[in-house]
Design a protein around this ligand. Structure first.
Ligand code: SAM
Length: 262
């Protein structure tokens, strides 16, 4: 299948979901352990109803340790749930940007942000293979069940690396494969837009993140999704130019704060 055909099918599917509601990704695949839970009950009660479409496959925010004043980017932000939750965490000095290529999703996310009264979040129309952001401008990049839908995942991770600041964190939840899919599914457009047929092998996926330049690539959560498909949450960081870093105890969960000083 050609790239443009795949992208058009993805836009059609998620455009319809944005208009009509309903999801494609099984909520049970989300990581359930306390350390992986991105949303407290309070946060979920607060979230505007239109954001809960059940399209994620993990909880990147639960791993990303987003703190006040940070700039967060969400690849494939959908109706905006992760962005709105991140906006609360970064506070008034921080900033959250969601990027999505489906116009109806961007409109829905903007409406949800307006209803939530959040001024520190914006949604940009664009493709994750060609991010509408400057180099070295983001502290934390998250994504939830999106990169499997891209026909050019190598380019997505290269773009993620480009826009992250040195020391910035990447936390993505996504679908990967640990075996071959049954023949009829491999060429199925429905299975592609349903986050299964576009998924790559688990090890190849992790290798692609490393090839883009990321370091400390680590799977923090892994759960069965469907057949040989699994949901994984991966954390990695963009190295400092020197290749060294320091960690402070009082930054959120000891996240890296700058190049090591001698
Ligand atoms: C399965 S939904 C996940 C939405 C959201 N992350 C969530 O957890 O609810 C996938 C989203 O990614 C968007 N998407 C897929 N491929 C994309 C691409 N190449 N560039 C930008 N957005 C994309 C779709 O429009 C859709 O909104």
């Amino acid at each position: 299948m050609r790239t443009e055909e795949l992208k058009e099918a993805v836009k059609q599917r998620y455009g319809a979901i944005a208009r009509e509601g309903g999801g494609c990704c099984v909520p049970a695949a989300c990581c359930q352990g306390p350390a992986q839970t991105s949303c407290s009950e309070t946060e979920l009660r607060w979230a505007p109803t239109g954001t809960l479409l059940g399209l994620g496959c993990g909880n990147p925010l639960g791993v990303a340790n987003v703190g006040p004043g940070e700039t967060v980017l969400d690849l494939g932000s959908g109706a905006g749930l992760d962005c709105l939750l991140a906006a609360q965490r970064v506070g008034p000095r921080g900033r959250v940007i969601g990027v999505d290529m489906t116009p109806e999703m961007v409109e829905r996310a903007r409406e949800n942000a307006r209803r939530a009264g959040l001024a520190n979040v914006e949604f940009r129309f664009g493709e994750i293979e060609d991010l509408p952001l400057e180099d070295n401008s983001v502290d934390v990049l998250i994504s939830n069940c999106v990169i499997n839908l891209s026909p050019d995942k190598r380019r997505v991770f290269q773009q993620a690396y480009r826009v992250l600041k040195p020391g910035g964190r990447l936390v993505v939840a996504d679908i990967v494969l640990t075996g071959a899919l049954p023949e009829p599914l491999r060429d199925s457009l429905e299975a592609y837009t349903g986050c299964v047929a576009g998924a790559m092998g688990r090890d190849d996926y992790l290798a692609l993140i490393e090839a883009a330049g990321f370091e400390s690539v680590e799977v923090t959560c892994e759960t069965p999704y469907w057949g040989p498909a699994r949901s994984i949450t991966v954390r990695a960081h963009k190295p400092w130019p020197s290749g060294e870093s320091v960690t402070t105890e009082d930054s959120p969960a000891g996240r890296e704060t700058g190049p090591a000083r001698s």
